[in-house]
Ligand binder design. Structure first.
Ligand code: A2P
Length: 277
């Protein structure tokens, strides 16, 4: 029976999150405004940004110019490492809101865990909890948190993280963290679901893509979804943006899922959450 993938996933607080998002790192200025306007035009309803991407104001401009009603767009942003701690996080959030030109955001994440200070992670989380309670943020979560980082939050939180965003693509699966999040009902998101484009030339993935008459990008994206992970692909090209959303009309077999789940292409990421400070 075909595995049904819904257009949105439900977070533990009952809010819906669109099951494919659009990644926005590394684009700024007019290029960013045009890119996001195109993404909205072809039907992306979920945009992922961060203070560190330095493009929130351009994304805000694109949203405004698109004239799409605010409630039809799901916006995520993140607090960067240099703004952690309770007061700094509050300040950073207010800047994010101002730059985006919005009065609330849908999801706010801690961008990276601090490996130096457990307290800093806890204090930052406390700020996110207060923002959630104020209604300025509809859901809260973390990014690049491995099991050990998550445990610190879970042991000290009043409100559970609803999302964990990780680098995730064929060849880079942090199985322990993924299993832990699923057990705790934390929804997973994948940044760089195409391995920053590098996975697209992988011969095994090309072989599988040919079998389904799909592109390797579509295989990577559908593979995320069948693993119940929300992919956040990026593209600067409108045809590829469209292609990356056309993944609901086929299913990767159990056998091929198993094969891709066990592919070891990269030994690891160049931004390992245990060592990236
Ligand atoms: P482009 O912007 O020219 O489309 P990731 O999302 O893993 O970071 O990967 C992004 C990279 O993958 C970008 O270089 C992007 O290039 C490329 N890319 C995105 N979608 C596709 C696609 N459908 N086919 C080929 N390359 C793609």
């Amino acid at each position: 029976m075909k595995k049904e993938i819904k257009e949105s996933f439900k977070l533990i607080n009952g809010k819906e999150i669109p099951s494919i998002g659009f990644g926005t790192s590394l684009i700024v200025g007019d290029e960013c405004v045009n890119n996001i306007k195109q993404a909205l035009e072809v039907g992306y309803t979920h945009i992922d940004t961060a203070a560190a991407y330095k493009n929130e104001e351009f994304i805000g401009k694109a949203i405004k110019e698109s004239r799409i009603p605010r409630e039809n767009i799901f916006i995520t942003s993140k607090v960067w490492k240099d703004s952690m701690g309770y007061e700094n996080t509050m300040k950073s959030f207010n800047n994010t809101l101002k730059k985006l030109g919005l009065d609330y955001i849908d999801l706010f994440l801690i961008h990276w865990p601090s490996n130096k200070s457990k307290e800093l992670n806890i204090e930052t989380w406390k700020a996110l909890e207060d923002l959630y309670k104020s209604g300025k943020v509809k859901s809260i979560g973390v990014s690049n948190f491995l099991e050990n980082h998550l445990k610190i939050i879970l042991d000290n939180c009043e409100i559970m993280p609803m999302v964990n965003q990780l680098e995730f693509h064929p060849g880079l699966i942090r199985k322990d963290t993924i299993d832990f999040c699923k057990e705790k009902n934390i929804i997973l998101e994948a940044w760089a679901p195409l391995g920053k484009g590098k996975m697209l030339q992988n011969e095994e993935l090309i072989r599988i893509a040919n079998k389904y008459n799909k592109s390797t990008a579509q295989i990577c994206i559908r593979w995320c979804l069948q693993n119940e992970v929300i992919p956040l692909p990026k593209s600067s090209n409108i045809d590829r943006m469209k292609q990356n959303k056309e993944v609901f009309d086929f299913e990767i077999s159990e056998e091929d899922m198993y094969f891709i789940n066990n592919m070891e292409f990269f030994a690891g990421s160049d931004m390992d959450p245990m060592t990236f400070n």
